[in-house]
Design a protein around this ligand. Sequence first.
Ligand code: SF4
Length: 378
Amino acid sequence: MKPIGSQPGSTTASRQLVRRLLTWFAINARDLPWRHTLDPYAIWVSEIMLQQTQVKTVIPYYERWLRELPDLARLAGASSERLHKLWEGLGYYTRVRNLQKAAQAIVAQHDGRFPRDFDAILALPGIGRYTAGAVSSIAFNEPRPIVDGNVIRVLARLLAISGDPKDKAVAEQFWSLAARLVATASQLPPVALPAGSLLQLAGNCSVLNQSLMELGATVCTPVNPRCPDCPVRAGCVAHQTDRVARFPQTEKRQSAARRRFVALVIRRGNKVLIRQRPAGVVNAHLWEFPNVELDLQETDPVNAASRALTLKLTNVSGLGAVRHSITRYRITLECYRANALGRPPRGTGRWTPLTQLNELAFTAAHQKLLKRAGLGPT
Ligand code: SF4
C-alpha cells in the first residue's frame, strides 16, 4: 500500500486506503447508542454533545435527552430551565441554546423535518462546517467531509502534513484531503456489516467519515498510538519514517492561568440564597451561589466577599475548596457556610426552597459545592 500523497492525481492509493478504512470500521466500530439510528435529529444531538466532551460522558446525557425530547418538535417547545437541566454538567451551554434555536428554525422553515440539503443544514444556528458534514454524511450518506481533532491527527500522520492545523491554509489541506477520501468512498461498492451487527450505517460516506474519527479515537491516539493494530500502517508516512510523535504539528497551548473565587452558602430556614448568571457571560442562565473573584494575594476571603456583596455575615464556617478547570483557567472556589443579617441587596440572589434545587441547572463548580454543602445529589 502506497501513501496516498505519493501519487498526486492518482486515485489508486486513495481507493486502497478508503477500502481498508471501510472494512476496518465495519468490523471494529464501537457499539455507541447514536450508531443505532439514522434519524438526523438524534445524530445531530449526539454530534453537538460530543463537541469538547468525551464519549463515555456523553452516553447517559444522550440517552436521557432522547427519552425526554425524542423529536424536534419537543425540543423546539421545551422550557429553557428544562434544557439547561438536561445539559447540566456538559458545559459550553451556548450549544444547548443553539440546539433549540435550530429546532425552532426547522419547525418554522422546514415543516419540522430535518433538512437534507447541506446548505440548509449549514444555515441553522450553531451548525458549522463540521456538524453539517457529520449529519449530512452519517444520516444521509452525502459525500461531505468532516475534520475534527481525531481526523486531523490521523491524516497528519498518514501524510506527514507539516504546519499548525489551526493555520487557515493548513486547515484547508485537511478539508480537501477529507473531501477527496469521502468522494472516493462514495464511488466504491457499499461496505457490508458483519452478520448480527445492530449498527445502522447510511452507506460508505457515513462509514468513511466515522472510520477516520474512530481510528483517531481508538488506535491513532495522541500518545502511544497502536500502529501495529492500524489498518493503514503500510501507507502511513509518519509510521514508515518513524516520525509519528512529530504529527500533527499543533502549537503548544498556553499554560493554564489560576483564578480564585469565594462562594457563600447562605441559608434561611429551608431556603438558600442563589442567583442566575445573566445572558452573554460564560455559563449564562445557569445557577450559582453568591460568589466573587479574589485577588490571588487576598488573605481574608470572607471579608472580601462581605465587602463585595455588601452582606453582613455571621456564623461563618469553612466548607473547603472546590477545584475546577474551564478552558484555560484553573479555578479554586473557596467555600463557606454563613448566615446573613438583614435583607441581601438586589442582585445577590433569590431565596430558593431547598426542594427546588434539583430542578435548576448549576455550573459545574457550584454543582460540586451543592454536594459539599449537603444540598445536592450525593
Ligand atoms: Fe496513526 Fe500509526 Fe496508523 Fe499511522 S500507522 S495512522 S501513526 S496509528
